[in-house]
Ligand binder design. Structure first.
Ligand code: ZN
Length: 455
């Protein structure tokens, strides 16, 4: 799988740019993301398979080829990232289209019928492609501070649980209006801007995208098209897109295939959509809680996009070199809780937290994070806190001791170390059952002192 590499400097620049509202005509680049591109692709393809099972996929190959040709033409323009784009027409009368992380794009027949010409249809596809290229879905999830994600990714990596089922349980659902698919107005502005550019490059008049959104907005009121609930208008959409277009070199728009009317007729002749089938969520397999053995005295090294550290060599690092989150644990350290959701009962989670309150200090951010952890696991209690007692790679850190109930039975002890970093609040959470915890102290201390931030 091809991967794009961004230097830390570029990432930091994007992070700084993201704070200010973009000026029309400036390049649009992906924002901060805890996931790697390959995790986007994995997540999206699993979610797409589920969408296909749950939906009435149009069986007419002429219609599918038509959507796919326009989509592929747009997706092969510069600026779309290195994603395996796929375009699917769904037999569904609601006016909607959506994209999943990593490339799958779905368009409803209702939307095809609502557009006035091929360029408007291309406009919607270009807008969806832009959401994929800018990684808006996983960027949104990254900022939602879902503390269970590293454990969930780890459990999927060892095939213990399905990624989607697990993500659904932590509030990341696949479907319209869910976290993966509801974008901020800023994300919409960016998708419009990049989408307009892709349209022009591919040979479609970008103003048609704005015109179609105007048509949708005119239909507002209580029966507002579904598209607008997942793609909220940034306000003045037409004017913003027109401003953007002024920065795009003038060219002839010659891409129209001339098949649009015929395809609309084919869509009108399709059988009525099947009532949606609801997918049964798969029950979590029973995993008997075997306590992991003693951590090895040998350590090995793991590196993510943001930091590196060492961990016992008989543990496993569930990491991706381009992602910023990590779980390190013996395989028996990942256990389903009573809700069937994987939690890390023995091992460490390393990730970033983004405080809700602006300008909050490290202690305030730590309090927020502990509240998050408690929401995920109501049994968590704060035992003690030692602010400023340690440093992690030269940065001052807060150590918070927590306790909760262990999935192995008895009490679990957790050490949470929070570090203030320019890119966000870095945290290291080490968990193990209380009995025998003291003998693990040298292990987590060695892991902590080995942490080096990159860039
Ligand atoms: Zn959108």
């Amino acid at each position: 799988m091809m991967r794009l590499r961004y230097s830390t400097a570029v990432l930091m620049a994007c992070l700084l740019i993201a704070c200010a509202t973009r000026q029309p005509g400036t390049p649009v680049t992906p924002g901060f993301n805890l996931f790697s591109q390959s995790q986007d692709i994995e997540l999206g393809s699993e979610a797409a398979a589920q969408v296909r099972r749950q939906s009435d996929v149009v069986q007419d190959s002429r219609l599918q080829a038509y959507i796919s040709n326009i989509g592929t033409r747009l997706a092969s323009q510069p600026g779309t990232g290195n994603f395996p784009y796929q375009f699917t027409l769904l037999n569904d009368n609601s006016i909607n289209a959506f994209a999943l992380p990593g490339g799958p794009v779905f368009v409803n027949t209702g939307l095809l019928k609502a557009t006035q010409n091929e360029a408007q249809l291309a406009g919607v596809l270009a807008h969806e492609i832009a959401h994929v290229a800018l990684r808006h879905g996983t960027s949104q999830v990254s900022k939602a501070n879902v503390v269970q994600i590293p454990a969930v990714l780890a459990s999927a990596a060892i095939g213990q649980q399905t990624l989607l089922g697990q993500l659904a349980q932590v509030g990341i659902n696949v479907g319209v209006g869910s976290l993966l698919l509801s974008y901020s107005r800023e994300a919409e502005r960016e998708a419009d801007a990049l989408g307009a550019r892709l349209m022009a490059q591919a040979g479609y008049n970008p103003v048609e995208m704005a015109r179609f959104f105007e048509i949708l907005e005119a239909q507002g009121g209580r029966r507002a098209p579904e598209f607008l609930s997942s793609h909220p208008s940034p306000g003045n959409r037409l004017r913003l897109i027109q401003q953007e277009i002024r920065f795009i070199p003038q060219r002839q728009y010659t891409a129209d295939t001339g098949q649009f009317k015929q395809m609309q007729q084919l869509a009108a002749q399709l059988p009525p959509p099947n009532p949606q089938r609801r997918l049964q969520s798969r029950a979590a397999p029973r995993v008997s809680p075997t306590r992991p053995g003693t951590p090895s005295a040998d350590f090995q090294h793991v590196q993510t996009s943001r930091y590196e550290l060492v961990y016992p060599s008989n543990w496993k690092a569930f990491a991706d070199a381009e992602s910023a989150m990590l779980a390190v644990a013996p395989p028996e350290g990942l256990l389903p809780n009573q809700q069937g959701l994987t939690t890390l009962a023995y091992g460490a989670i390393v990730n970033y937290y983004f405080p809700r309150r602006k300008g909050v200090d490290l202690e305030g951010a730590t309090n927020e994070l502990v509240a998050r952890l408690s929401a995920a696991n109501p049994a968590i209690r704060i035992a003690t806190r030692q602010p400023g007692k340690i440093t992690v790679d030269g940065c001052s850190a807060i150590v918070t001791h927590l306790s909760s109930s262990s999935p192995y039975g008895g009490i679990e002890r957790d050490v949470l170390v929070t570090v203030e970093r320019p890119e966000g609040v870095f945290y290291f959470l080490f968990a193990a059952p209380e009995d025998g915890f003291d003998s693990l102290q040298p292990v987590y201390e060695k892991m902590l002192t080995s942490i080096r931030f990159r860039g």
